[in-house]
Design a protein around this ligand. Structure first.
Ligand code: SF4
Length: 491
């Protein structure tokens, strides 16, 4: 799928041992999260009393030469891999973002999109702040500066005040030169963020749990929506400070993490992405059965759903399309002309598997339809007798403002055409989309806990006045207690 780019990936490592260098662990974590953004990457480590960073454009291995990691010796650090959703694709926007206020220094990196960042930026400029980039990260950093100065450098207070103003999606990691690591998630929990235990008193934060799996870190739990988790002196100090007061939308976990963004070997909000994709494929076979000879996944994101379709329908799965792995970045290139150039080299059919066959193609989604049409052409030229297209995501009809770079509504094919018209446009014998109920059933969360705005056009209300400030304090045995006597409205 070419038209949708991932948001970003973040990692944070806190080691209690001062002899442990976190730079290599951060680097490996970013390599594992590379699918969430390949435009730029960076690592910041507390080295002695100051935070040092290595950042660059491109994938992790290009942006951060491995030999340069020796310059970053320290036991606390964060890393970021980026696809730009707000702010242009240039070096000034590379994260982590580092700020000095006198002797105090902090670095932050985030995944998401601040929907009111332009308004916040205007206010900050009016108050004398100057900006060096057009990214929303810098707005978060400037709010932090303001509130740190106001609160006598109290990070807990400054983060809480900053969260009061932010609207949108953010999963954020922050380190400071006092040796603290923070993990923060927006009140509706759009983007994932989890914590694992490296060793007693040592922790890893990651956008996706697959990092814990591969690096053999013990997964502990997800950061809760609205939670500020501080790791300090080897102790976890969690506070859930915001919670949606809207019972119709207690959380807004992005459904697209399950359909496409997250790796299938990740657990997102306690749910296996692999299992969701299998069910999506099985549901497609139930809702849109067809007589066919082979099921062919569109590599790689359609693969697990294709296995589900094949298992449910009994139609054998074949690898009829081969992806050129050396140009795996095609789908997240930021400019159409670059995508166009590379996509031609990207997919090749296995003629022997397709020729003379009735083929069911499985993909995760259709956005503009240009790539789908191109792939259908490839399959027809390879000699397919019939081509049936099944899509594991329901029709995408609205843009995303929460960190995913969908095109404008005018370019979204399902916003402007019926299923029948799309079928004609991409040139298939039949076309079947996942129904909304099938998606919700496959994820297994109540619909009120999901963001599905790009499918329905109904956006979660992120206005601060709809989100209660709660004083929720972590209990010894896990979970949170609600000190409701302290509750107050945010507005
Ligand atoms: S609008 Fe769509 S892609 Fe964006 S956060 Fe919501 S579900 Fe995810």
């Amino acid at each position: 799928m070419d038209e949708v780019k991932e948001a970003c990936g973040v990692v944070g490592v806190y080691s209690l041992s001062r002899d442990f260098n976190v730079a290599h662990l951060l680097y490996d974590g970013l390599l594992i999260l590379q699918h969430r953004g390949q435009e730029s990457a960076g690592i910041s480590v507390l080295t002695g009393k100051s935070i040092r960073s290595i950042k660059g454009m491109g994938g992790v291995d290009e942006a951060i030469p491995e030999e340069s990691l020796a310059k970053l010796f320290g036991n606390i650090g964060i890393g970021h891999t980026r696809y730009s959703t707000a702010g242009s694709s240039n070096e000034a926007n590379i994260q982590p973002y580092t700020i000095d206020i006198g002797d105090t220094q902090f670095a932050l990196a985030f995944n998401g999109n601040i929907t009111n960042h332009l308004e916040l930026k205007k206010n900050l400029i009016r108050r004398g702040h100057t900006f060096t980039s057009d990214a929303d990260t810098e707005v978060i950093a400037h709010l932090m500066i303001s509130y740190l100065l106001e609160s006598d450098l109290n990070y807990n207070k400054a983060i809480e005040r900053t969260m009061e103003l932010l609207e949108g999606a953010y999963s954020l990691v922050l380190i400071n030169n006092s040796g603290q690591l923070y993990a923060i998630r927006d009140p509706l929990g759009f983007r994932p963020l989890s914590i694992g235990e490296l060793d007693k008193g040592s922790y890893v934060i990651s956008s996706e749990t697959v990092v814990f799996d591969i690096l053999e870190i013990n997964y502990l739990r997800d950061i809760q929506p609205g939670e500020i988790l501080l790791i300090n002196n080897g102790r976890l100090e969690p506070r859930r400070v915001f919670e949606s007061s809207n019972s119709a939308q207690p959380t807004a976990h992005c459904m697209f993490e399950y359909v496409y963004f997250a790796r299938p070997d990740s657990i997102v909000n306690g749910i296996s992405v692999h299992d969701v994709r299998m069910k999506l494929g099985m549901n497609l076979a139930k809702f849109h059965p067809v007589e066919a000879d082979v099921v062919v996944p569109i590599p790689d994101s359609g693969r697990v759903a294709a296995i589900g379709y094949s298992q449910q329908s009994g139609i054998p799965l074949v690898e009829g399309l081969i992806r050129n792995r050396s140009i795996w970045r095609t789908f997240i290139l930021p400019y159409p002309e670059l995508r166009e150039r590379y996509v031609k080299l990207k997919i090749n059919p296995v003629k022997e598997a397709i020729k003379g066959k009735r083929v069911v193609l499985i993909d995760d989604s259709i956005v503009r339809s240009t790539t789908s049409r191109r792939i259908v052409n490839i399959v027809r030229k390879a000699g397919a007798k019939e081509v049936h297209f099944r899509v594991s995501c329901p029709p995408i009809i609205s843009p995303c403002y929460m960190g995913i770079d969908f095109p404008r509504k005018e370019e979204l094919v399902a916003a402007n055409k019926s299923v029948e018209e799309i079928k004609e446009e991409i040139g298939v014998d039949s076309l079947g989309y996942q129904p909304l109920e099938g998606l919700i059933e496959a994820i297994g969360l109540d619909r009120s806990r999901l963001c599905m705005a790009c499918l329905t056009g109904f956006y979660p209300n992120m206005k601060a006045k709809n989100i209660k400030q709660k004083k929720l304090i972590h209990k010894e045995n896990g979970g949170f207690i609600d000190e409701s006597s302290l509750n107050r409205s945010r507005c």
